[in-house]
Design a protein around this ligand. Structure first.
Ligand code: TYD
Length: 343
């Protein structure tokens, strides 16, 4: 893969995938400088990047992507020439409880960053999106980059709004923009409201593992490290105006993933607890990622079984990181969302 250079603005770099990406760039692309613009919401955690905070190639700016003045100022002052836009509200269940922040950050925030990018004349705008914009699949098939956009949750609708804005900025203004759509990610520093880290921290504490509905929903799992390498590849060599799916082919049934986590943590299957299903729950996601393989030569390298083992071990060794999260606002969310419910 060709080396990245210049100054790359990463929005949402304190989040799960964003922080993995910042660390990945600093490690693998020594000619790149990184400016991380992040509001530090409940899901953004400066501890995610504590190990690189003093790196001379790294700058952190605490700001909201909806703050047009600050975004424009940062682009000019830092001489940003590429943008990787992660900043987003990402949790489907929170979007079902309250969608306002999702529309503000994901749609309006993307418009603000696009507008600033256009005015600054950046040479690349990479918009990080999700397979959820395509909607749900039955038992077979996979979404390609030209599948219709049929989002089902408020979260997915907000990401779809952002995706079509990015497309419009490319077509209307010639902004050199690219969209990537990833399947479900797992890895270190993932906030424990998402399925895999939630199951791991509950298992490590001997708490019930809440399984929505019949638990037979299917997700495709990609390790964050593979995703970061794909994003760097697209940033370096992707074609403007294109969409690239980033998948792994590692489809798993939720219940099987939860059972494997119980096995890896030495806990009994009696911890599995079926709870009320998510409204509008998408049955299955799967991505056809032939395009990025064919055009850019990227392919996933971390298979699910060793990847999951490694991530369980990471959570085991970083209990201070997640225990601190569990003691904060998370408690209110967990109570509001799961509070005492059984199916
Ligand atoms: P999630 O991590 O929220 O990702 P997404 O819904 O965006 O794919 O959920 C992954 C799957 O796990 C999804 O089918 C919902 C299910 N799930 C549970 O069964 N229990 C839970 O507590 C959570 C958070 C998710």
């Amino acid at each position: 893969m060709s080396d990245l250079s210049g100054t790359i603005l990463v929005t949402g770099g304190m989040g799960f995938i964003g922080s993995n990406f910042v660390r990945y760039l600093l490690r693998e692309h020594p000619a790149a400088r990184i400016v991380n613009l992040d509001k530090v919401t409940y899901a953004g955690n400066p501890r995610n990047l504590a190990d690189v905070a003093d790196d001379s190639r790294y700058v952190f700016v605490r700001a909201d992507v909806c703050d047009a003045h600050t975004v424009a100022e940062v682009l000019a002052a830092q001489r940003v020439d590429q943008i990787v836009h992660f900043a987003a509200e990402t949790h489907v269940d929170r979007s079902i409880l309250e969608a306002g922040d999702f529309i503000r950050t994901n749609v309006e925030g993307t418009r603000v960053v696009l507008e600033a990018a256009r005015k600054a004349g950046v040479r690349r705008f990479l918009h990080v999106s999700t397979d959820e914009v395509y909607g749900s699949l039955g038992a077979s098939g996979a979404f390609t980059e030209i599948s219709p956009l049929q989002p089902n949750s408020p979260y997915a609708a907000s990401k779809t709004g952002a995706d079509v804005l990015v497309r419009a900025y490319h077509v209307t203004y010639g902004l050199p923009a690219i969209i990537t759509r990833t399947c479900n990610n797992y890895g270190p520093y993932q906030f424990p409201e998402k399925f895999i880290p939630l199951m791991i921290v509950n298992a490590l504490r001997g708490e019930p593992l809440p399984i929505y509905g019949d638990g037979l929903y299917v997700r495709e799992w990609l390790h964050a490290e593979d995703h970061c390498r794909a994003l760097a590849t697209v940033l370096a060599a992707g074609r403007s105006g294109e969409v690239y799916n980033i998948g792994s082919g590692e489809e798993r049934v939720n219940l099987d993933v939860a059972r494997e986590i119980l096995r890896l943590t030495g806990q009994p299957e009696t911890l599995l607890t079926h709870v009320k299903d998510r409204p509008g729950h998408d049955r299955r996601y799967a991505l056809d990622h032939a395009k990025i393989r064919r055009e850019l030569g990227w392919k996933p390298e971390i298979s699910f079984a060793p990847g999951l083992r490694q991530v369980v071990e990471w959570y085991r060794q970083h209990d201070i990181w997640w225990r601190e999260i569990l003691s904060g606002e998370y408690r209110n969310y967990y109570q509001a969302h799961y509070g005492g419910q059984r199916d």
